[in-house]
Design a protein around this ligand. Structure first.
Ligand code: FHN
Length: 597
């Protein structure tokens, strides 16, 4: 029966009809691929490493303000945040006239930034189509004085520069349509017929996008709903017939799709094999907001790119053009600076896989056959990079875009590289270590380096070994609205049988402060905990910071728990546990070892 239903669904798909089913949540985890084989065209994606996301719609014209009230966070959600009735919101189209839009300028910016693929919103949740659609008049050609289709030009301008082009499509949420998902202020959600929405809008529009704009590198689905896993599989099969080479994001739903998208502004805590992508806003909003000036600097973008690449993934960074079609000045400026860094150091990013040198106080690594690229994000005071556990024969070490050979020495399996002076100005210096032999895969249980050559050494929660009820997990929260943040923390420690142990590889003896960076709600404040190191126990009492509520900020404090003296280099375990109260001690983000100067 099932195969008959699927065939029926496939036929319906191609004729534009899809069966309705129970909705699913945005948090639907990546549980299984639509097949075990990778998409035959996944290679360009895994090599590309750096993409540009563009959120551009009617919301860009509102710029985070409605009837004199300013909204913060996701500017593209203003219709929802302000619960603007369709009758009012749709009128905005009559004055949407993006005469500053210039496809060549946007594509050139992407090229200058070292970007290899671009994904732009064809239709976001607001339901307005930013392309010439025959399915609805609520689109940029029929409903605005602009009357042109910007997507045709952008597709051509990117493609001629060798940049893969793709569309973002909100396949379930559509606040303009009576049967689209999640407009609960104009409609009664319980009376909606999602099947009708898929039949009459989502599927016909996806067909238009996958037929009229040339070969698409990616179709980037978002906030899935209204289909079962089986129906999503058939939905995918129907689309594949239109563009077999196009890659589908995992937000098509049910853990399907051709590569995994993490949560908004989320990087996995450990290296991940396979094809995956972290997506970040450039400021705090996807859509343009004129009062959001929190733009990530070139250094922050480069460090973010290095962090993501060191774990094996792609970074797709979003820009939000304004209602006139202009990309914000600081997005242009900072992306171009990033491009200059990539022009010199791109070899360490493009085509790389996750690094085999575990994260160090100085930075992270990426890999290519016979090479480790060491991204120096935090320059050691003595200019010496120490890489413990480098069990391979080093042939040479160079600086990308700099000296072809820099001094290095090996003491056992410890590699030490002397960085040339004057590199500090670089957003991130990259050492390339050419080696023979095979480096072992990453051991996440390896001790974490601690050195007095840095202002501080942050030992992240993921490197802790939990005992008892203790769990290491990613916590999601936001500051404004929809500007999701993720922090991996040690959680669940409530009794003395619960503990977290870190193994510190102390490279330089001396005095160090031991600081816990944690979040602590009122109910856990003033609880006693203990820190155990070098046969010494240090007791402490927690300090209150903030409650853990997903839609509110999760605030952290840096609390000095102990001062200790390491008399010799070596591996030292440090154990944290509650004295025992039955309440969670705190949510530990990191342990910080700060050399006493
Ligand atoms: O609701 C959308 C949001 O507006 C934005 O498009 C992001 C981009 O990843 N996706 C959804 C929230 O995760």
């Amino acid at each position: 029966m099932r195969s008959v239903a699927n065939k029926f669904l496939l036929a319906l798909f191609l004729s534009g009809s899809v069966l309705q089913a129970n909705s699913q949540t945005m948090d639907e985890m990546w549980d299984s691929r639509s097949s075990d084989q990778e998409h035959p065209n996944i290679g360009w994606f895994k090599d590309a490493k750096f993409g540009m996301f563009i959120h551009w719609g009617l919301y860009s014209k509102l710029a985070g303000e409605w009837k004199g009230k300013r909204y913060y966070g996701s500017g593209e959600w203003i219709m929802n945040q302000a619960r603007i009735p369709i009758a009012e919101y749709s009128k905005e189209a009559a004055t949407f006239n993006p005469t500053n839009f210039d496809a060549e300028k946007w594509a050139q910016l992407a090229e200058d930034a070292g970007i290899k693929y671009m994904v732009i919103t064809a239709k976001h949740h607001e339901g307005f189509s930013m392309y010439d659609s025959k399915v609805t008049d609520f689109d940029i050609v029929e409903a605005t004085p602009y009357k042109k289709d910007p997507m045709k030009a952008l597709a051509e301008s990117t493609r001629k520069r060798g940049i893969q082009f793709g569309f973002y499509y909100s396949q379930f949420q559509d606040w303009y349509e009576p049967n689209g998902g999640k407009n609960t202020w104009d409609f009664d959600e319980s009376k909606k017929d999602y099947q009708q929405y898929y039949n009459n809008k989502a599927i016909p529009q996806l067909k238009e996008l996958m037929t009229n704009y040339g070969p698409l590198g990616i179709v980037w689905f978002d906030t899935p709903g209204g289909l079962t896993k089986e129906q999503t599989n058939d939905f995918i099969k129907g689309l594949r017939k239109l563009q077999p080479n196009s890659l589908f994001s995992s937000r098509v739903g049910h853990g399907l799709g051709d590569y995994r998208d993490y949560g908004d502004s989320e990087i996995p805590a450990t290296p991940i094999k396979g094809a995956w992508e972290s997506i970040y806003t450039h400021n705090d909003s996807w859509g343009y907001i004129n009062h959001d000036m929190n733009f990530k600097t070139p250094r922050e973008i480069v460090h973010l790119l290095a962090q993501v690449a060191s774990k094996g993934g792609n970074l797709m960074l979003n820009v939000g053009p304004d209602g006139t079609g202009k990309i914000p000045e600081y997005s242009e400026k900072f992306l171009r600076e990033t491009g200059k860094w990539l022009a010199r150091n791109g070899e360490s990013i493009y085509g790389s896989t996750y690094g085999l040198v575990p994260a160090q106080p100085w930075g992270v690594s990426t890999s290519k056959p016979g090479k480790q690229y060491l991204h120096v994000l935090n320059r050691p005071l003595d200019g010496k990079l120490v890489i413990p556990g480098f069990n391979a024969n080093v042939k040479s070490v160079a600086i990308l875009g700099g000296p072809a050979s820099v001094p290095f020495k090996k003491r056992g399996d410890v590699l030490e590289i002397t960085l040339p002076a004057g590199e500090a100005a670089n957003l991130a210096t990259v050492c390339v270590v050419n080696y023979a032999g095979k480096l072992a895969d990453l051991d996440l249980n390896a001790p974490v380096s601690v050195s007095n050559q840095f202002e501080f050494n942050s030992v992240e929660a993921i490197f802790g070994r939990p005992q008892g009820n203790t769990r290491v997990r990613s916590l999601t929260y936001s500051h404004y609205y929809g500007d999701w943040k993720h922090t991996t923390c040690v959680t669940g420690m409530q009794d003395s049988s619960d503990a977290i142990t870190f193994q510190l590889n102390v490279l330089n003896p001396g005095d160090y402060q031991i600081i816990a960076e944690y979040s602590c709600p009122e109910e856990s404040a003033k609880l006693e905990g203990s820190l155990h190191i070098q046969n010494q126990q240090y007791l402490f009492r927690t300090l209150r910071t903030s409650e853990f509520v997903k839609s509110a900020p999760l605030m952290f404090i840096k609390h000095t728990l102990a001062t200790t003296t390491f008399s010799t280099p070596g591996v030292y375990p440090v154990v944290l546990r509650p004295v025992g109260s039955g309440k969670e001690l705190f949510k530990l983000k990191s342990l910080i070892l700060k050399p006493v100067r």
